[in-house]
Design a protein around this ligand. Structure first.
Ligand code: TXA
Ligand code: MG
Length: 326
């Protein structure tokens, strides 16, 4: 198993030596490597069993860090970075020659994010290179929101996990690119996440389009098909009680927004937000899925969340988790 520790210097030394380190961010834990070191990048794909057609996010301290590796940024990108960095926002920006091909899967844009976690910010400030970091889970599985989640799945394959506690946001960053829409360059959401549509709209002056997962195929293969998925079959339903009544004889687990009476045997019902807040639900979503996935159930029924605020991003992840694997 990996060492789980708090020593930022140790993490920096390992990264300088070309090794992988799992790092905390406010969204989910990342599996980090020196973004300018091809051999280190290769290890990310091996450890995650991730296809090289799926590009990686470059984590930088802030806007200046991204500028080092990009061509001209659209004005909207600068405005969004100024408003939300450090934070759960990833920007797709045209990159320059310094960005390795392995980061971008050969695409003209690279993904940049300034994470908002004090330990990882301190780490980035110490290092002379950005950190490439996908979520620290095997390809296609649920993202980790604690150091223990990382250790459970990747502990045998990496030496060090920097423990920054449970992730404050709990779902991945919002990914925004800038595309020509009806003759004008506009922000387009490639993945919904920690920055909501209304937060983006407040800065942009319009509500950006959200790309449907299928449309995103060539640009972001990792956003496709079944992803963020537990091993147990999962269904997302509006009315849990009705869906449950059709599953007699099956061992069912429930993922519900709020506290309510038990519909299934003790221990098989997870309440994501005792306070009813979607922010709380997001913090607990992946831990809840992992917990239920460990119970050896026949099926997990997840309650569809209100399609507002962070609920939209959570519904997106649940839908992808429920998609049939091919
Ligand atoms: O919150 C997050 O974004 C976390 C933390 C660790 O920062 N990272 C994360 O990385 O979720 P990952 O690799 O699990 O998901 C990144 C997504 C993938 O679906 C990938 O295809 C897409 O971003 N992506 C990366 N670079 C891209 C690019 N150049 N163009 C389009 N999509 C890109
Ligand atoms: Mg991921």
């Amino acid at each position: 198993m990996a060492v789980i520790g708090h020593d930022i210097q140790q993490a920096a030394a390992l990264l300088q030596a070309g090794q992988l380190v799992a790092i905390p961010t406010e969204t989910v834990y990342g599996l980090a490597a020196n973004a300018l070191n091809e051999e280190a990048l290769e290890q990310i794909f091996t450890v995650k069993q991730r296809p090289k057609s799926d590009p990686l996010i470059m984590h930088v301290p802030g806007l200046e860090g991204a500028a080092t590796y990009t061509k001209d940024m659209p004005g909207g990108a600068i405005a969004l970075a100024q408003a939300f960095w450090p934070g759960p926002l990833t920007l797709l920006l045209e990159h320059n020659q310094q960005v390795p091909q392995l980061i971008t899967a050969g695409l003209p844009r690279a993904a940049f994010r300034a994470p908002n976690h004090p330990m990882t910010q301190a780490l980035l400030a110490m290092l002379p290179f950005p950190l490439a970091a996908p979520s620290a889970n095997p390809f296609g599985y649920v993202s980790p929101t604690t150091a223990e989640h990382v250790d459970d799945q990747l502990g045998g394959r990496i030496s060090f996990i920097l423990d920054g506690g449970p992730c404050a946001v709990g779902i991945e960053s919002t990914i925004v690119g800038f595309d020509e829409v009806k003759g004008a360059v506009q922000a387009v959401v490639y993945r919904q996440g920690g920055i909501t549509q209304s937060m983006l709209a407040e800065v942009l002056g319009y509500t950006p389009l959200v790309k449907a997962p299928k449309q995103a195929i060539p640009e972001a293969p990792g956003m496709l098909s079944s992803h963020y998925a537990p091993h147990t079959p999962l269904a997302v339903v509006k009315d849990v009680a009705t869906a449950l009544s059709k599953l007699s004889g099956q061992k069912v687990g429930l993922l519900l927004l709020q506290e309510r009476e038990s519909l299934v045997p003790e221990g098989r019902q997870v309440h994501l937000a005792p306070d009813g807040r979607l922010e709380t639900a997001a913090q607990n979503l992946y831990a809840g899925l992992r917990y239920l996935d460990g119970l050896g159930l026949d099926v997990i029924l997840a309650e569809r969340l209100p399609e507002e605020g962070l609920g939209a991003a959570m519904n997106d992840r649940l839908a992808r988790a429920a998609a049939k694997r091919t």
